[in-house]
Design a protein around this ligand. Structure first.
Ligand code: ZN
Ligand code: FE
Length: 267
């Protein structure tokens, strides 16, 4: 067994606690502000043993020093980001294992949003920060469309279909609104848009007060493969839509992803 708690932080960020019920140990993943995390840890009565960061942006790791000092725990991130992740103590890299009580996670290196971005793959759940979003992907700040394609389609898309996708932000509704402009006849996408609209219609005024019902995260790898425009280069409808706007787009998946990203940046 493994328990995952979603803690709404900042305006639309997700902070996660991964808990091993057998040992009562927990890790926090991507904490930009300390107070809601401290409150949730106290409410649950779990013992925090690790801080994991997916990447160096402060909306994912700004609270690391405060939490590390309070609980006396290490801060883990990609080895290349030792100088950029606040409170950094332990570097990890592709294929390494880490443990939370009796739970094991594997590190998957997915640079593109930033050059030191990683995902943490626990049994049945991936924590992927700002690389794969529900219905979208992060901006390519420190990489290339080829690297983002490798991250999404060669690494994350190969996880089992039922794998739960825990991303860094509640961006799903606007991501899917964009997706629908490219694949209006994708039935799975039309259905997902309706579901997400219903969930978001009940959203609290302050994200810190968000109910579980309004959270559209997690999705699954199967959902993303069926509806995420950054994983849909093989869809003839998507390719035709992209070429109607960017006619010179080559058909290879990295080029299609780059074109979709350029369109989304202006959406
Ligand atoms: Zn980011
Ligand atoms: Fe972010």
């Amino acid at each position: 067994g493994m328990r995952i708690e979603r803690v709404p932080t900042l305006r639309d960020n997700y902070t996660y606690l991964v808990i091993d019920p057998a040992s009562n140990e927990a890790a926090v993943i991507d904490a930009p502000e300390a107070a809601p995390v401290i409150a949730r840890i106290a409410k649950l009565g779990v013992r925090l043993t690790k801080i994991l960061s997916t990447h160096h942006h402060l909306d994912h790791c700004g609270a690391n020093p405060e939490l590390a000092a309070r609980y006396g725990v290490p801060v883990i991130g990609h080895v290349s980001d030792a100088e950029r992740i606040p409170g950094f103590t332990d570097g990890v890299d592709e294929g390494e294992q880490l443990h939370v009580g009796g739970l094991s996670a594997e590190v998957v290196f997915i640079p593109a949003h930033t050059r030191g971005h990683v995902a943490y793959v626990f049994p049945g759940a991936v924590f992927c920060g700002d690389t794969l979003f529900a219905g979208g992907c992060g901006r390519i700040f420190e990489g290339t469309p080829q690297l983002m394609h490798e991250a999404l389609n060669l690494k994350l898309a190969r996880l089992p279909d039922a794998t739960l996708v825990y991303c860094g932000h509640e961006y799903t509704e606007s991501n899917l609104r964009f997706a629908l402009t490219l694949e209006p006849r994708n039935a799975a996408l039309v259905e997902r848009v309706a579901q997400v609209k219903r969930a978001r219609a009940g959203a609290a005024a302050d994200w810190h007060d968000a109910s579980e019902a309004e959270m559209t995260v997690p999705s699954t790898i199967a959902d993303e493969r069926a509806t995420n425009p950054f994983m849909r280069a093989s869809s003839p409808e998507l390719l035709a839509s992209v070429r109607a706007l960017l006619p010179a787009t080559p058909a290879d998946p990295a080029s299609v992803l780059g074109a979709v990203r350029a369109l989304k940046d202006k959406f």
